[in-house]
Design a protein around this ligand. Structure first.
Ligand code: NDP
Length: 199
Protein backbone atom coordinates (compact mmCIF):
# COMPACT_ATOMS: atom_id res chain seq x y z
CA UNK A 1 0.00 0.00 0.00
CA UNK A 2 1.48 3.35 -1.01
CA UNK A 3 1.58 5.81 1.84
CA UNK A 4 0.56 9.35 1.01
CA UNK A 5 3.39 11.87 1.04
CA UNK A 6 3.21 14.05 4.10
CA UNK A 7 3.95 17.77 4.19
CA UNK A 8 5.08 19.80 7.19
CA UNK A 9 4.81 23.58 7.03
CA UNK A 10 7.50 25.50 8.88
CA UNK A 11 6.96 29.20 9.56
CA UNK A 12 7.80 32.01 11.95
CA UNK A 13 4.85 34.29 12.64
CA UNK A 14 3.73 37.01 15.04
CA UNK A 15 0.59 36.61 17.16
CA UNK A 16 -1.28 38.27 14.25
CA UNK A 17 0.28 35.70 11.88
CA UNK A 18 2.57 38.25 10.22
CA UNK A 19 5.41 36.57 8.31
CA UNK A 20 6.93 39.06 5.86
CA UNK A 21 7.60 42.69 4.95
CA UNK A 22 8.81 44.12 1.60
CA UNK A 23 9.79 40.69 0.31
CA UNK A 24 11.88 39.86 3.38
CA UNK A 25 11.43 38.98 7.02
CA UNK A 26 9.88 41.63 9.32
CA UNK A 27 12.51 41.03 12.01
CA UNK A 28 16.28 40.77 12.00
CA UNK A 29 18.92 38.97 13.96
CA UNK A 30 17.18 35.74 14.94
CA UNK A 31 20.30 33.70 14.24
CA UNK A 32 19.43 30.83 16.58
CA UNK A 33 15.91 30.66 15.23
CA UNK A 34 17.34 30.28 11.72
CA UNK A 35 19.71 27.61 13.05
CA UNK A 36 16.69 25.71 14.45
CA UNK A 37 15.04 25.93 11.00
CA UNK A 38 18.22 24.59 9.38
CA UNK A 39 18.65 21.70 11.84
CA UNK A 40 15.02 20.62 11.75
CA UNK A 41 14.69 20.76 7.96
CA UNK A 42 18.02 18.91 7.45
CA UNK A 43 17.53 16.19 10.07
CA UNK A 44 16.95 12.81 8.44
CA UNK A 45 15.06 10.33 10.60
CA UNK A 46 14.83 6.58 10.29
CA UNK A 47 18.42 6.03 9.20
CA UNK A 48 17.80 5.84 5.47
CA UNK A 49 19.63 7.59 2.66
CA UNK A 50 18.83 10.89 1.03
CA UNK A 51 18.10 14.47 1.83
CA UNK A 52 14.94 16.10 3.03
CA UNK A 53 13.01 18.36 0.69
CA UNK A 54 12.24 22.05 1.14
CA UNK A 55 9.47 23.49 -1.04
CA UNK A 56 9.16 27.23 -1.54
CA UNK A 57 7.53 29.88 -3.68
CA UNK A 58 9.62 31.80 -6.21
CA UNK A 59 9.47 35.00 -4.11
CA UNK A 60 10.81 33.22 -1.05
CA UNK A 61 13.63 31.78 -3.20
CA UNK A 62 14.38 35.34 -4.37
CA UNK A 63 14.49 36.50 -0.74
CA UNK A 64 17.36 34.13 0.10
CA UNK A 65 20.78 35.76 -0.44
CA UNK A 66 22.39 34.02 -3.47
CA UNK A 67 25.34 32.80 -1.42
CA UNK A 68 22.96 30.86 0.87
CA UNK A 69 20.97 29.14 -1.89
CA UNK A 70 20.17 26.47 -2.69
CA UNK A 71 19.68 25.76 1.02
CA UNK A 72 22.44 23.26 1.64
CA UNK A 73 21.97 19.57 2.48
CA UNK A 74 18.36 19.75 1.30
CA UNK A 75 16.68 19.21 -2.06
CA UNK A 76 15.26 22.66 -2.94
CA UNK A 77 12.01 22.73 -4.92
CA UNK A 78 10.91 26.13 -6.24
CA UNK A 79 7.32 26.67 -7.40
CA UNK A 80 6.95 29.18 -10.24
CA UNK A 81 4.59 29.72 -13.16
CA UNK A 82 7.15 31.83 -15.07
CA UNK A 83 10.56 30.24 -14.45
CA UNK A 84 11.34 27.46 -16.91
CA UNK A 85 11.04 24.03 -15.28
CA UNK A 86 14.44 22.69 -14.30
CA UNK A 87 15.27 19.40 -12.73
CA UNK A 88 18.86 18.62 -11.89
CA UNK A 89 20.85 16.35 -9.61
CA UNK A 90 18.53 16.68 -6.66
CA UNK A 91 19.85 20.01 -5.46
CA UNK A 92 17.38 22.39 -7.09
CA UNK A 93 14.19 21.66 -9.03
CA UNK A 94 11.75 24.19 -10.48
CA UNK A 95 8.15 23.04 -10.87
CA UNK A 96 5.00 24.85 -12.11
CA UNK A 97 2.68 23.82 -9.24
CA UNK A 98 2.47 22.36 -5.76
CA UNK A 99 0.94 19.24 -7.31
CA UNK A 100 4.16 18.75 -9.33
CA UNK A 101 6.23 19.30 -6.18
CA UNK A 102 4.20 16.58 -4.46
CA UNK A 103 5.07 14.16 -7.27
CA UNK A 104 8.75 14.71 -6.49
CA UNK A 105 8.04 14.19 -2.78
CA UNK A 106 6.21 10.92 -3.53
CA UNK A 107 9.27 9.50 -5.33
CA UNK A 108 11.32 9.52 -2.13
CA UNK A 109 10.79 8.74 1.51
CA UNK A 110 12.45 11.73 3.14
CA UNK A 111 10.65 14.49 5.01
CA UNK A 112 9.24 17.36 2.99
CA UNK A 113 8.88 20.87 4.41
CA UNK A 114 6.95 23.76 2.92
CA UNK A 115 9.02 26.81 3.85
CA UNK A 116 6.88 29.64 2.44
CA UNK A 117 5.84 32.20 1.58
CA UNK A 118 2.22 33.20 2.09
CA UNK A 119 0.99 32.02 -1.34
CA UNK A 120 2.60 28.61 -1.08
CA UNK A 121 1.47 28.11 2.53
CA UNK A 122 -2.05 28.89 1.29
CA UNK A 123 -1.83 26.31 -1.48
CA UNK A 124 -0.36 23.71 0.91
CA UNK A 125 -3.10 24.22 3.51
CA UNK A 126 -5.66 23.17 0.88
CA UNK A 127 -3.95 19.80 0.50
CA UNK A 128 -4.75 16.72 2.58
CA UNK A 129 -1.02 15.89 2.60
CA UNK A 130 -0.41 18.82 4.96
CA UNK A 131 -0.44 17.24 8.41
CA UNK A 132 1.70 19.45 10.59
CA UNK A 133 2.85 23.03 11.16
CA UNK A 134 6.05 23.92 12.97
CA UNK A 135 5.41 27.47 14.12
CA UNK A 136 7.92 29.79 15.68
CA UNK A 137 5.68 32.18 17.56
CA UNK A 138 7.29 35.62 17.53
CA UNK A 139 6.14 37.22 20.77
CA UNK A 140 6.69 40.84 19.71
CA UNK A 141 4.70 42.76 17.10
CA UNK A 142 6.28 43.82 13.80
CA UNK A 143 4.86 45.62 10.79
CA UNK A 144 4.04 42.95 8.18
CA UNK A 145 2.63 42.87 4.64
CA UNK A 146 2.57 39.07 4.28
CA UNK A 147 0.56 36.81 6.58
CA UNK A 148 0.15 33.10 7.21
CA UNK A 149 -3.35 32.28 5.88
CA UNK A 150 -4.86 30.70 9.02
CA UNK A 151 -4.96 31.59 12.72
CA UNK A 152 -3.08 29.37 15.15
CA UNK A 153 -3.91 30.65 18.60
CA UNK A 154 -1.93 33.75 19.40
CA UNK A 155 -4.27 36.66 20.03
CA UNK A 156 -7.17 34.86 18.41
CA UNK A 157 -8.70 31.41 18.46
CA UNK A 158 -7.13 28.64 16.47
CA UNK A 159 -8.50 27.54 13.14
CA UNK A 160 -10.91 24.61 13.41
CA UNK A 161 -9.18 21.34 12.58
CA UNK A 162 -5.77 22.26 14.03
CA UNK A 163 -4.53 21.31 17.52
CA UNK A 164 -1.40 22.38 19.31
CA UNK A 165 0.83 19.49 20.39
CA UNK A 166 2.81 19.54 23.61
CA UNK A 167 6.54 20.26 23.84
CA UNK A 168 7.41 16.60 24.36
CA UNK A 169 5.84 15.75 21.00
CA UNK A 170 7.61 18.68 19.36
CA UNK A 171 10.97 17.65 20.82
CA UNK A 172 10.52 14.09 19.63
CA UNK A 173 9.27 14.83 16.12
CA UNK A 174 11.86 17.53 15.39
CA UNK A 175 14.69 15.65 17.11
CA UNK A 176 15.42 18.79 19.15
CA UNK A 177 14.42 17.21 22.48
CA UNK A 178 14.05 19.42 25.55
CA UNK A 179 16.26 22.15 24.07
CA UNK A 180 13.25 23.37 22.10
CA UNK A 181 11.27 24.17 25.25
CA UNK A 182 10.69 27.59 26.71
CA UNK A 183 10.68 31.22 25.64
CA UNK A 184 13.86 32.23 23.76
CA UNK A 185 15.21 35.72 23.25
CA UNK A 186 17.58 37.16 20.64
CA UNK A 187 18.24 40.75 19.57
CA UNK A 188 15.55 41.83 22.04
CA UNK A 189 12.89 39.65 20.38
CA UNK A 190 11.18 36.85 22.30
CA UNK A 191 9.85 33.73 20.60
CA UNK A 192 8.89 30.12 21.25
CA UNK A 193 8.58 26.94 19.22
CA UNK A 194 5.19 25.32 18.68
CA UNK A 195 3.92 22.27 16.79
CA UNK A 196 0.39 21.98 15.44
CA UNK A 197 -1.25 18.95 13.84
CA UNK A 198 -4.49 18.33 12.03
CA UNK A 199 -7.18 16.75 14.20
P1 NDP B 1 5.86 33.13 -2.21
O1 NDP B 1 7.21 32.86 -1.64
O2 NDP B 1 4.72 32.28 -1.77
O3 NDP B 1 6.06 33.06 -3.79
C1 NDP B 1 5.01 33.45 -4.64
C2 NDP B 1 5.35 32.98 -6.03
O4 NDP B 1 5.21 31.55 -6.08
C3 NDP B 1 4.43 33.49 -7.12
O5 NDP B 1 4.85 34.78 -7.56
C4 NDP B 1 4.61 32.43 -8.18
O6 NDP B 1 5.90 32.52 -8.76
C5 NDP B 1 4.66 31.17 -7.33
N1 NDP B 1 3.33 30.61 -7.09
C6 NDP B 1 2.45 30.93 -6.11
N2 NDP B 1 1.35 30.18 -6.20
C7 NDP B 1 1.53 29.35 -7.26
C8 NDP B 1 0.76 28.32 -7.85
N3 NDP B 1 -0.46 27.99 -7.35
N4 NDP B 1 1.25 27.69 -8.91
C9 NDP B 1 2.46 28.00 -9.40
N5 NDP B 1 3.26 28.96 -8.90
C10 NDP B 1 2.79 29.62 -7.82
O7 NDP B 1 5.52 34.71 -2.05
P2 NDP B 1 4.72 35.56 -0.97
O8 NDP B 1 4.80 36.96 -1.44
O9 NDP B 1 3.39 34.97 -0.68
O10 NDP B 1 5.61 35.44 0.36
C11 NDP B 1 6.89 36.03 0.44
C12 NDP B 1 7.05 36.71 1.79
O11 NDP B 1 6.97 35.74 2.83
C13 NDP B 1 8.40 37.40 1.93
O12 NDP B 1 8.24 38.60 2.67
C14 NDP B 1 9.19 36.39 2.73
O13 NDP B 1 10.25 36.98 3.45
C15 NDP B 1 8.12 35.86 3.65
N6 NDP B 1 8.44 34.56 4.24
C16 NDP B 1 8.38 34.43 5.59
C17 NDP B 1 8.62 33.23 6.19
C18 NDP B 1 8.53 33.10 7.69
O14 NDP B 1 8.64 31.99 8.20
N7 NDP B 1 8.33 34.17 8.42
C19 NDP B 1 8.98 32.04 5.42
C20 NDP B 1 9.01 32.27 3.98
C21 NDP B 1 8.75 33.50 3.44
P3 NDP B 1 6.13 33.21 -10.21
O15 NDP B 1 5.83 34.66 -10.00
O16 NDP B 1 7.59 32.96 -10.49
O17 NDP B 1 5.22 32.53 -11.17
Amino acid sequence: VATMSELTLIVAATSKMGIGLNGGLPWAGLRKEMAYFARVTKRVVGGSEGRNIVIMGRKTWDSIPPKFRPLKDRHNIIISRILPPVSDDGTTTIVPSLAEALKVVARGSRRAFVIGGAQIYGAALERPETKRILLTRILDEFECDAHFPIELGGNRVAEVGWKRKDMKDLGTWTGEGEAAEGVKEESGTKYEFEMWERD
